[in-house]
Design a protein around this ligand. Structure first.
Ligand code: NAD
Length: 432
């Protein structure tokens, strides 16, 4: 029986579908808008809208007090067309299948925009890592890695760090996978410690990439970077590196925050001193070089460039009218809701989309994977230069498409990415 393709305007994601979540609504709304701009055929829309594969696992972990707790973990692979899938794994109380599905779709577009030979994936475990000991996190990570073995592998799906995971978790993950298959497989994850086949450039790569892209955009706008003031929300893998890099190149960081609170310093924060403070106390809160503000109020501090680098859906219809910046650079994934984006556009506040701004992480992850497979290390300068070149090339492409189609940068970036993936899917055809 032939099943007719859905009409182009059919409601693709039904309420109550597996993926139903606010973040998936955001990702698919962006996709649909882009598909409309590209006049994408119904078959391509159908093939690209929903993730190709997903796994939900429930597994026991022995806690320090001897009790056993059950945790839920996910891994979602958005498209298998472009090569193995690639994407981070996060530990957070809100992790859900729908959230992973949205993040996996964005990874597909990010990889395609950068020309990397991957589809997108994302995973994570629903937990509160801040309330767990190191031993509990290690046991959780190792069991999660073992549970994912049926669908991951260096040629199948390669995880990486995301929120609340880093080199330490990648080392445990790589060791667990290697133990299961009987030999060392450094290329199973990226973001590993350099001693295990990681690269020194991976940890700072996303934050550095955010700054390379921001500099490129500011240069094109004719706004000298050293004359701009920046606010960075989030002081983790991404936000901390971005803030420090901005400070090092002579820009002013006038606001910063973490999950516990924020700081405002109109003359600029002393980042090295703030880093020392946070290393000792685990938070930026209480640092004497700035006025305390709440973690949400920091977004409304006057600045030229706002960099949300914490978590999703931070710029919303509720606060978009109160932002006092000229440019938003999305270091986090999905920090702006569609409603907020429309309000920012009406106020002529420009938005550099996440798929471009935070693509530095996956770009250097790709370098790491290639080096692991080749068993040959490139030097650090070469990797940094390649990173900058690759991001600036993507920016040039996005800029040109935005001008040609007269669309915002997000639609331009997604247009480049979606058309590449749709073309590959069309050429491969449908099996059988
Ligand atoms: P992280 O866990 O290292 O840091 C997150 C930071 O945000 C922490 O300082 C935390 O305290 C803070 N935070 C959390 N919720 C907050 C809130 N509501 N208000 C203010 N601060 C809050 O995570 P990360 O790896 O830096 O990731 C941050 C964002 O960047 C996420 O959206 C992630 O998906 C995205 N991202 C990360 C990478 C990477 O390489 N790590 C790559 C691409 C995108």
């Amino acid at each position: 029986m032939t099943v007719p393709p859905p009409a182009a305007d059919a409601p693709h994601v039904l309420e109550g579908s597996e993926w139903g979540s606010e973040l998936y609504r955001l990702a698919t709304a962006q996709f649909e808008r882009t598909a409309d701009v590209l006049a994408l055929d119904a078959e391509s829309r159908t093939r690209l809208l929903e993730p190709r594969r997903s796994l939900t696992v429930n597994f026991p972990v022995r806690m320090d007090d001897g009790s056993v707790r059950s945790f839920t973990g996910y891994r979602v692979q958005h498209t298998l067309t472009m090569g193995p899938t690639k994407g981070g794994m996060r530990y957070a109380p809100e992790v859900s299948l729908g959230e992973c599905a949205a993040l996996a779709m964005w990874m597909t577009w990010k990889c395609a925009l950068l020309g990397l030979p991957y589809g997108g994936a994302k995973g994570g475990v629903r937990c509160e890592p801040r309330e767990m000991s190191v031993g509990e996190i290690e046991r959780l990570t190792r069991r999660y890695a073992a549970e994912l073995i049926p669908i991951i592998g260096p040629d199948r799906d390669i995880p990486a760090p995301d929120m609340a995971t880093g080199a330490r978790e990648m080392a445990w993950f790589m060791d667990t996978y290697s133990q299961q298959v009987g030999h060392s497989v450094p290329e199973i994850v990226t973001g590993k410690p350099p001693a295990l086949g990681g690269t020194d450039v991976r940890q700072p790569a996303t934050g550095l990439g955010v700054v390379y892209v921001a500099e490129g955009v500011l240069e094109r706008l004719g706004w000298p970077v050293r004359e701009q003031s920046f606010v960075v929300q989030g002081f983790g893998n991404v936000g901390r590196v971005a803030a420090r890099e901005l400070y090092d190149i002579g820009a002013r960081v006038v606001g910063i925050s973490d999950a516990d609170g924020g700081l405002h310093a109109p003359d600029g924060l002393d980042l090295p001193a703030l880093e020392a403070w946070a290393d000792e106390r685990g938070t930026v809160v209480g640092f004497p070089g700035g006025t305390p503000v709440s973690r949400t109020a920091v977004l409304e501090v006057p600045c030229d460039v706002l960099i949300p680098a914490a978590t999703e859906q931070q710029l919303t219809a509720e606060n978009a009218d109160r932002l006092q910046c000229r440019l938003v650079v999305e270091a986090a994934n999905g920090p702006t809701t569609p409603e907020a984006e429309a309000m920012l556009a009406a106020r002529e506040i420009l938005v550099v989309p996440d798929v471009l701004a935070n693509a530095g992480g996956v770009c250097v992850s790709y370098f790491e994977w290639v080096q692991d497979i080749q068993r040959y290390s490139w030097d650090v300068i070469e990797q940094q230069e390649r990173l900058k070149r690759q991001l600036r090339a993507a920016l040039a492409e996005v800029w040109a498409v935005a001008e040609r189609l007269d669309v915002p940068w997000r639609t331009a970036a997604l247009s480049v990415a979606v058309s590449r993936v749709a073309e590959a899917a069309r050429l491969r055809g449908i099996y059988p």
